[in-house]
Design a protein around this ligand. Structure first.
Ligand code: ADP
Length: 424
């Protein structure tokens, strides 16, 4: 029998008893009223007992209850048991999470919408110098490095930044921020001192080797030039001298590019207001370019915007693009060089050629060091594979970006974009 059927059968039995009694003594409605009041009081007492039981935290065995109330007590007791189990599981998980995050060597901070600390792991104490009591404090008030504060404010976390640790100047930290949930941000700080030291050793090594090779090369070049002059192109050795002169020239260009690249990696930028239109005009008429090539360049200076930056670096980047356009297109095709501004995005230098172009699969690789697209095609064209790597570095140092559009057989268009805050 269902529990609720028991309740109904009690009510029905009482009504039946009332009917029998009324048959003898009358007063049916009074008897029914009594029954109703009795049932009402009975249920009220049961409810009050349940309320008391709940207010005691649902403690105590109530399995002795009968009827529908037994079911209610049982379900509530089961719910409480499941809840207790869930709580236990959850706190075990939280404990596991806390132990594992505390074991992490990287600092992790969860920040709220106002960059206040909501949670931080143990490594934060040693890596970032944060204390347990800093909870609720705003991170920029505790880590005051200007580059970090700017990064935090920017809301653009696509790149990571490196800063010296607030605890130890010699320790280098790589910081990344990941937004998640509603206004929350996870800050991760990783100690990359060893990595940076290795990187610096590599840069120093390349710079030192290039520097040391430059002097003997200059001597060789000088002697070879003299030998070529004395030889006058008339002896058995003429071709070899010519070849040697070409190869030493190639090596000199390579070493110059390597030195420039390592300077770009290590040197502090010298910033001034550069007359970009004048600089572009000058490099398009560079006397070192063959007259025929100068004639191919169609220059349009549609903006007189000047640029905040390093003139030497900008000159290297722009001239690499122009000389590439000249190198990788046939001598009867024009090269279009434009200096323009776009009110919304910024100013840009565009170098367009109608040469052989680059396949779409190679475009992402051409800015890598020593990468030369389509080696077979380029065998006859001299190059180091460092030109576009230099352009990429220079652009990064000027908060700019390089945009490449190219189609095989049709030509290429390189754009160097600079943000409006670089216009001076
Ligand atoms: P390189 O010294 O070989 O010119 P770069 O770094 O300047 O080195 O260029 C890398 C590669 O990108 C080149 O080898 C070439 O294949 C390709 N490239 C660069 N500019 C152009 C261009 N304007 N047209 C076609 N290919 C180009």
């Amino acid at each position: 029998m269902h529990r609720w059927q028991r309740e109904i059968s009690i009510a029905l039995s009482l009504i039946a008893a009332a009917l029998v009694l009324a048959y003898f003594i009358g007063h049916l409605s009074t008897l029914l009223l009594f029954i109703t009041i009795f049932l009402y009081i009975r249920q009220s007492l049961a409810i009050s007992e349940l309320e008391k039981w709940l207010s005691r935290g649902a403690f105590g065995d109530m399995r002795h209850k009968k009827g529908i109330w037994a079911d209610i007590y049982y379900h509530l007791w089961k719910l409480k048991k499941t809840e207790k189990k869930r709580k236990k599981k959850l706190s075990r998980m939280v404990e596991q999470f806390r132990t594992s995050t505390d074991a992490l060597p990287d600092a992790a901070v969860v920040m709220g919408s106002y960059a206040e600390i909501e949670w931080s792991n143990r490594a934060c104490r040693t890596v970032l110098g944060l204390k347990k009591s800093d909870k609720g404090q705003r991170v920029p008030n505790l880590i005051r490095n200007p580059a970090f504060v700017q990064y935090l404010k920017s809301n653009d976390y696509s790149q990571k930044i490196t800063i010296p640790s607030p605890v130890n100047e010699n320790q280098i930290l790589q910081i990344s921020i990941t937004p998640y949930g509603e206004g929350l941000r996870l800050l991760l700080a990783q100690d990359v001192t060893t990595l940076k030291n290795i990187e610096r050793m590599r840069t120093d090594f390349v710079a030192n080797v290039s520097h040391e090779l430059r002097t003997p090369l200059t001597v060789l070049k000088g002697y070879l030039e003299t030998l070529v002059e004395i030889d006058g192109g008339e002896t058995f050795y003429s071709k070899s001298f010519q070849n040697m002169a070409e190869q030493t020239e190639r090596m000199t260009v390579l070493i110059d590019d390597l030195l420039l690249l390592s300077r770009l990696e290590t040197k502090h930028r010298h910033t001034e207001c550069v007359d970009a239109p004048h600089l572009i005009e000058q490099l398009c008429q560079d006397s070192r370019l063959p007259i025929k090539d100068i004639g191919r360049i169609e220059l349009s200076l549609d903006s007189d915007a000047r640029l905040l930056g390093d003139e030497t670096e900008l000159h290297s980047a722009f001239s690499n693009l122009v000389s590439n356009a000249l190198k990788y297109s046939s001598t009867d095709k024009p090269i279009k060089v434009r200096w323009q501004n776009d009110a919304e995005v910024g100013v840009f230098l565009e170098v367009e050629d109608f040469g052989e172009g680059i396949s779409s699969s190679e475009i992402p690789k051409i800015t890598e060091r020593f990468y030369r697209a389509d080696v077979k095609r380029n065998q006859k064209i001299s190059g180091t594979g460092l030109g576009l790597a230099i352009v990429k570095h220079v652009m990064a140092r000027h908060e700019g970006k390089l945009e490449v559009h190219s189609q095989l057989g049709k030509g290429s268009r390189f754009r160097c974009w600079f943000p409006n805050n670089r216009v001076c």
